[in-house]
Design a protein. Structure first.
Length: 124
């Protein structure tokens, strides 16, 4: 079951909006990180600040990954393959797409992948 044009346009608009917001947040976080010239007299404060920065960088790396997934989903919309499971080729349920706009797997294939990951950690 292919998605109707109106649904595709709605998904594209949602993805584009989310992309713009996320990209702006990443640009601002990068600028803030570069501009931060705070010095600490206390080594404990310095260590705490470095730990906070490390956590912030991990979050921003996750956001960069989401940005890449959004870009990939937008390319799939343009290519006409959005909403198709890349594992089995079947249609991804609309409810799943609404919940996770940039998913590439139907619920059955995702469940199978997660099951494999549990059975064989580190191999999938």
């Amino acid at each position: 079951m292919a998605l109707r044009k109106e649904k595709l346009e709605s998904f594209k608009e949602q993805l584009t909006t989310r992309r713009e917001v996320l990209a702006a947040e990443l640009r601002q976080a990068t600028a803030d990180y570069i501009a931060d010239e705070t010095t600490y007299a206390d080594t404990v404060d310095q260590a705490s600040a470095e730990s906070d920065k490390s956590l912030q960088m991990q979050i921003k790396n996750r956001d960069r990954n989401i940005l890449w997934q959004i870009d990939t989903a937008l390319k799939r919309i343009d290519a006409g393959s959005f909403g198709e499971c890349e594992q089995c080729g079947e249609s991804i349920a609309e409810a799943r797409l609404k919940a996770f706009l940039f998913t590439t797997l139907c619920i059955d294939c995702k469940a199978e992948l997660e099951s494999e990951e549990l059975r064989y950690p580190g191999r999938v």
